[in-house]
Structures are given as C-alpha cells and as structure tokens.
Design a protein around this ligand. Structure first.
Ligand SMILES: *Cc1c(COP(=O)(O)O)cnc(C)c1O
Length: 426
C-alpha cells in the first residue's frame, strides 16, 4: 500500500499534472509547439469534441482530449492544474496577458444594462477598459473607495438607481500604488445581498499584488482570483501573461470565451511560467524579507514623510483588521512620500544605481517608478490626490538582491537629493 499524504503546493510545483511516460521519460514537460493533435480514430475525435463543446458531460475518469492549441495544449493544461493548487480553485485559465484575463471575465459575465461595482483606484488598463469600452456597450460602472463601509457602499448602489442590475463587483486589493486595503468578505456580503437565483452577482479580485501566496480571495468568498502573471507569478520580467482561477462552473465559461477570442497564452509562455512556479514561493518570501528591511529603513529616514507598507499599518484601525484577516505577509511592494515634490522625487529616482527605473513589478530585480507621472498619469489629478497619488509619491517593487545593497543604493540616492538642494540654496 502506498501511503497517502497531502503535499503542499510548493512541493508539487515541479511535477504536478505531468506524466513523464507520455514524453519519453523527460523529467520536465517539453514545449508542445504544435497547432493540432492527431486523433487515434474518428470515434476518439468525436468523443473529444463532444466534451470540448459541452454536448455531453465527461464520463468518470475521462480526460479531456487534445484537439487544437486554441482550445487546449499540454503546457497550458499542466500550468493551469498547478496554478489551481495555490488558490484551491476548481480550475484555472491562462491568458496571453493580465488584461486578457480581466477583459475575458468582464465580457463573459457582463451584458448591456448591467452594473459593475468596482474599487478605486484600479490598474490603468482595467480603469480605461471599464470607463471607455464597457461604457460604450452600455455597461454601467460605479466606484467606491478603500475603507468605505458596507452601508456606505450599499447607499451608493441604491442612489445609482441600478442596484437591481448589479452583475459584478471587481476589486483590487491592496490598491496600487498606496497599498490601501479592500475587505473581500464585505464585498461578498454585498454580492450576496443583491444576488438572485437567475442573476448571481459575481465577485472578482485582481490578486496580482499578493497572490497566489499571501492572499486567497476564493477562501473569502470571491468567484474569481485574477492575475497579471507578468508580475510575481512570471517573476523574471521576461514575459506577459495572465491567469484566472475559480470554480469549474465559471472557468468553463471563461475558457469557452477564450477559445473564441484566441487570447490564451502560447505554449512557450506556459512553459516559462511552469519554470517560474517552481521558485515562486522562495522568490516571494525573499522579496518580502527584503521589503521589510527597506520599509523599516525608509520609515526612519528624515527625507521620508510617509511610508505606505502593510507591515506599518497601525493596530486598532479598520485597515489592520482587514490585514489580519486577509493577508499572511505584508508583501514586497512599498510606496513612500519623499519630502518635497516632483523635483525631489525625480532626483532620488535618477540617482539610484542598482534599483532600475521601470514600471511593472514582482520581478527578481527591484524596480522604482513615479506613479503620478507614469503608471497613474492617465488618472485625473483630483482623483489621483484623493487616493494619495501625489507628486512626492515613489513606488518600489522589491526584488531578491541582498538587502544591504538595496539600502546602500537608497541611502546614496537620498544623499544626492540633499546635496543638490544645498548647492541650489547658495
Ligand atoms: C500589470 C497589471 C495588470 C495587467 O496585466 P498585463 O499582464 O500587463 O496585461 C492588471 N492588474 C494589475 C494589478 C497589474 O499590476
């Protein structure tokens, strides 16, 4: 008798879902660069299509057959099985970008006349899509801010006059770039209150910043845990991809639309993501450790006005209560206000030597950017300032370097800011 044991996801990332015997015994999955798959018989081809097109339920133990790479491909299927483990999801669909994952979920679950309730701020691409494309096809949107309470959000819904058409709640937590938190369980209660038998209100969480390791949206009642896999999951700043985890029921629908749109990830990207998944947890743990050291350093620095970092949230606040319930680490994204404005922020950024100036996040190398003039330049100034995205705000995605080198870099960059100011005042 072989003993049974439930392995942790990090122990399964090297092997789960892959059968070496099907690939000449290769320890790693080959990259299946093929558009189509040969059926053994016409009967087999017929059976594969019946399942793929939902013409009948799968028989017990029947594996979905490989047909055509827009429908399925071994690299994507293995990757999806592995990604499902972290979120304890029924299934997962991978896409050729995070935006493709988000947009496909919107298009499948929203129709003209529906209302989409969302947190503010959202990732720039998502924000643009809902306010321009969804608006164009008659989907209404309504935003709420971090730390608004359930009764305030429900009052907003009632005032909109469209509460009975609420179809989806879409949130991003922690919010980019200020790390403000949204309460997933509170959103689930709102979704349940406005759901009816024929018209369930779906709850989707963009889990890019903390997932899949430190935040598990499905556990708190979300229907979707969505990722830009370009960020931590990919983790090496060398690919663009997305993923969406959820129950079998919702992911079957998402995959069907993906087949029609053809926005699945390529086999090569799927293979790279499998390689990334093997080190996901160790990378993220190292990044979080580094971030803690940097946040502590920044928090003590006289040139810093305020640090936005989950590890510095004050106990007794609403943010802290959400943090304790929803996260298992403060993560590796830090923002801070430098004393001064854009000039000081730019001098600091330009003086960095090891930390590179680039948007994106979650990779092995540390990156810095200036949200007000870069990632959030498209958000109007009033809205930006309402959510603390001012000219003195700097965002850092902390990588896996030695923390002493990162602190050295930050320290010398602050000295450059000071040095020039003194020169100028003479
Ligand atoms: C980057 C990002 C996206 C978009 O993902 P792409 O892979 O660039 O398409 C969506 N949401 C968040 C929070 C992101 O950081």
């Amino acid at each position: 008798m072989r003993k049974k044991h439930t392995f942790k996801p990090e122990s399964l990332m090297m092997s789960y879902g892959y059968k070496p015997a099907l690939s000449e015994g290769a320890i790693k999955s080959p990259i299946f660069l093929t558009s189509t798959f040969v059926f053994k018989t016409a009967e087999e081809g017929k059976a594969f299509f019946e399942v793929a097109y939902g013409l009948r339920e799968k028989y017990p133990h029947e594996e979905p057959g490989l047909i055509y790479s827009r429908i399925n491909n071994p690299d994507l299927e293995i990757l999806e099985n592995r990604l499902s483990l972290w979120d304890k999801a029924g299934d997962c669909a991978v896409f050729d970008s995070g935006m493709a994952a988000i947009v496909t979920v919107f298009l499948e679950f929203l129709k003209p006349g529906d209302l989409l309730l969302h947190s503010v701020p959202l990732y720039g691409g998502t924000d643009h899509f809902i306010h321009h494309f969804l608006a164009k096809i008659g989907v209404h949107t309504l935003g709420f801010k971090p730390y608004q309470r359930r009764n305030e959000i429900e009052a907003l819904l009632e005032q909109s006059g469209r509460a009975d058409r609420l179809a989806m709640i879409f949130i991003e937590t922690p919010a980019n770039p200020t790390n403000a938190l949204i309460d997933i369980e509170c959103c689930k209660k709102i979704a349940d209150r406005y759901s009816t038998e024929e018209r369930p209100v779906r709850l989707a969480v963009d889990n890019t910043f903390m997932g899949p390791i430190w935040q598990k949206p499905l556990k708190h009642g979300a229907d979707f845990s969505i990722y830009s896999a370009t960020k931590y999951i990919g983790g090496h700043s060398d690919l663009i991809a997305g993923a969406c985890c959820g129950s079998n029921e919702v992911i079957t629908r998402v995959k069907f639309l993906r087949t029609l749109l053809g926005n699945m990830a390529s086999p090569h990207t799927g293979w790279l993501l499998m390689r990334s998944l093997e080190t996901l947890k160790v990378r993220m743990e190292r990044q979080a450790k580094n971030a803690r050291r940097l946040a502590e350093y920044l928090n003590e620095h006289p040139k810093v006005e305020k640090v936005y970092y989950l590890g510095l949230i004050k106990p007794g606040t609403m943010a802290h209560e959400i943090y304790e319930r929803q996260y298992t680490s403060p993560g590796a994204m830090i923002s801070f206000d430098i004393r001064g404005g854009e000039a000081e922020a730019f001098r600091f950024i330009n003086a960095l030597q090891l930390i590179k100036l680039a948007v994106s996040l979650g990779g092995t190398e540390s990156l810095v950017e200036h949200p007000a003039t870069m990632t959030h330049a498209g958000v109007d100034k009033v809205h930006r300032e309402e959510v603390s995205i001012t000219e003195k705000l700097i965002r850092i995605s902390v990588g896996v370097e030695h923390y002493k080198d990162l602190i050295w870099d930050i320290k010398q960059a602050f000295e450059q800011v000071q040095g020039r100011e003194i020169q100028e005042s003479y």
